[in-house]
Design a protein around this ligand. Sequence first.
Ligand code: HEC
Length: 458
Amino acid sequence: MRSALPLIALVVLLTACGGKGGGDESQSSGLGAGVYADAGCGSCHTFEAAGSKGSIGPNLDETDTSVEEAVDQISRGGNGMPAFGDDLSEEEIQQVAEFVSGGEGSAAGAEGGAVVGPFRPSSQRLAGCLDADCRRQAFGNIAFREGPKPALDLFEEKQKDDSAVESDCHRIAHTIGSASLQHFDGSVAGALSAGRATCWSGYYHGVVEHAFNGTRRPALGEKSRSICVGDDIRRTSFIAYQCVHGLGHGLMIHTGYDLPESLRVCDELSTDWDQTSCHAGVFMENVSSSYGIKSKWLRDNDLIYPCNFVKERHKLYCYLMATSRILAANGYDWKKTVATCHESDEGWVATCMQSLGRDASGTTRQNTTRILEICSLAKGMARECVYGAARDIVSNDAGPKRAIPLCEGSPQSMRAYCFEGIGTILGGMRVQRDERRTACRRVTQRYFEDCARGAVAL
Ligand code: HEC
């Protein structure tokens, strides 16, 4: 199906949880401690007996987990923790479970499963920041206290002249989103309608991602259906898209990168459109994790995977995202990436080339000349690449202004199709059919019918 709304790449692969945990082994005793250190539990958990100070998962000195519960959590993961069932033996899991549940404690798990933790405010200000974590925190602090508007205003201003802010913009926007959700006391509709789409809509993703805080697995379907409802969210299909797309990100993070489970929950959403928009978020999170975790649903010797593995109905958004994975693995070699796209399942090469255009746009920061150079590498498929790039620019900008020169500067034979691409995204931002066509009037006279065809094709 063609109803594909944009899939938006985050090109930078991140390393958040990479730190070696563990600490001084002589402090701890028993076999469990060794497993704890080797498995890297300490990179996410604070646990005094192991000398670890991770802060992504709960502080294990403060949780009141039985050995059984710990075995379950370690084997199956979830809510932001990866599953260790395949990597550790049953015996090792038992040992490490005994080790971590030994700590006495109160019921700090009361929240019932903070995803990767809600935003924690501090007094940090942007002025003193030297690294990315600090900058995210500083922007989040503003949003937490004053709401998203001042945070996003400052963010957009800094993006113009601070390259560190610019290059980390999607994740900063995520953080502003999650902090704003708390500013609005957990009201997803309130937070979504007060935000905006800066930097591939990272704000919306951040809001929704954290809306799963405290939800247990069996309740995920029901919770998912309850999040993106209401007039504020369904006011435009653009916001609705960002919400449902954000759900996909959130499901992956919440289930500990369980791709099949996340797709299954997406498929419980009420409309086909919701379901596919959700798939988009799932696959985006899979190839470029918001928390620096390498998904086990990626293979180094098969860069098309999992697109060549998932069900037909899940392929569209997988392939629209495929080249982000391929490029990251081959060191941004565009030529090789074109070759790898040709290894896609039959019928999906064109979609992979659209993904190439999306990445050409994202990595060059929408530089028309560079995009056209990269797309020309795709030879006979170059039009698909230009089409993908045009769609990416419109969705990044939430408007057509910078995509128009791309279409106009592309080879004559591709222009009509390029404007159709612009139309698909513009159309998605409006509800009424005639509004969708009208949006194209302001874009192009000559290719109006092409743009309009894209705009109503949803
Ligand atoms: C990538 C980060 C990450 C890693 C690595 C990780 N965990 Fe976790 N862990 C989490 C998160 C997040 C939660 C919270 C899950 C929830 O609330 O349901 C969690 C929850 C737990 C819990 C349940 C705590 C409670 O509140 O009941 C235990 C026990 C646990 N982890 C042990 C471990 C052990 C042992 C390891 C290493 C084998 C490990 N974790 C590795 C992130 C991680």
